[in-house]
Design a protein around this ligand. Structure first.
Ligand code: FE2
Length: 317
């Protein structure tokens, strides 16, 4: 096994993270990502941090996205359900559960820092994504900045302009930063005209500007990717500005506040919001996914409805 290495082209180093970029790595040769290694990881991974999600096939109808429970389903059966069904497994905080992932992510970020001198991450975390052939991830935006390290299968990533209200209203991003809404966003096919499209193959990684909406479609076999999220002074500043704007909008009815991240107004807003939060004046009801399905590797799609499993369980009692 070769040691992990990445390539960041010379022309993308000065403004790293500010525009979409695709480059190469060699993680696909790493022993952590074989079927056997994935099964072993899934068998011992804390299941409360493993999310199985169904996906529909229409990019404008997000109701096909449902959470599936998987207690008692072995790692091998989870992988079989992914192979035969239409599922995503989000193995969140994989670096907290497995020191080898932490070491790998540290190694990757050390190389990014070395090659992009202005990039100064202060923290990072990883989610392993294991997903079925041909599934899609709906149009959405994530709060943190992230890098997608693609390892197995092929996938198409469409990246849309960041912080542009034609593609995502600022209020949606405020709610995403506050954690009170799911990341999925209203989508129209016409947006695709503005998208940068990458067909990723094993051994490629991609980054896009923080909060740029994106949509992902798997093209063929089971896909395995490592998604890493990183935090810098700039990403944290943006989070504070947007959550402050949300506070002033929802608590005081002040709309359309500036999204400028620098200067005295931004500072004042974030200080006031910080004090208000600490005083309990900005209570948040965090988003929650309610399980509707159960993973079943022998069922079409790899899942059955939860009601079906409870009634069949009753029948066998
Ligand atoms: Fe995403």
């Amino acid at each position: 096994m070769s040691s992990p290495s990445i390539d960041l082209p010379e022309g993308n180093r000065a403004d790293f993270g500010q525009r979409p970029l695709r480059a190469s790595h060699n993680l696909h040769e790493h022993a952590l990502f074989t079927d056997d290694a994935l099964i072993e990881l899934l068998d011992r991974f804390p299941r409360e941090r493993l999310y199985a999600l169904t996906m529909g096939d229409d990019p404008v109808r997000t109701e096909g996205n449902r959470l599936a429970v998987h207690d008692g389903v072995s790692g091998a059966d989870l992988l079989r359900a992914v192979r035969n069904g239409r599922l995503w497994l989000n193995v969140t905080g994989v670096d907290r559960a497995d020191a080898r992932y932490r070491a790998l992510i540290d190694h990757l970020y050390a190389q990014l820092r070395e090659q992009a001198p202005r990039f100064v991450p202060v923290a990072s975390q990883g989610t392993l994504l294991i997903s079925s052939p041909h599934v899609l991830v709906y149009y959405h935006a994530d709060a943190p900045a992230s890098v997608l390290w693609h390892i197995r299968g092929r996938k198409r990533v469409r990246i849309y302009p960041a912080l542009d209200e034609r593609y995502m209203r600022h209020e949606f991003l405020e709610d995403i930063f506050a954690g009170v809404r799911h990341e999925y966003l209203p989508y129209e096919h016409a947006y695709d005209q503005a998208a940068v499209v990458y067909d990723l193959v094993p051994g490629q990684w991609a980054i896009w500007p923080q909060n740029a909406p994106h949509q992902v479609t798997n093209l063929d076999s089971v896909n395995v990717s490592l998604s890493t999220e990183h935090f810098t002074r700039e990403t944290r500043r943006r989070a504070r500005v947007y959550t402050a704007n949300r506070f002033f909008r929802t608590r005081l009815g002040v709309r359309n506040l500036s999204v400028r991240e620098h200067g005295p107004v931004a500072l004042l807003k974030t200080v006031v919001h910080g004090l208000a939060s600490r005083a309990g004046l900005d209570p948040l009801v965090l988003k929650q996914h309610v399980p509707a399905m159960r993973v079943d590797p022998d069922a079409p799609g790899g899942v059955v409805a939860l009601e079906a499993t409870s009634s069949s369980a009753t029948a066998f009692n």
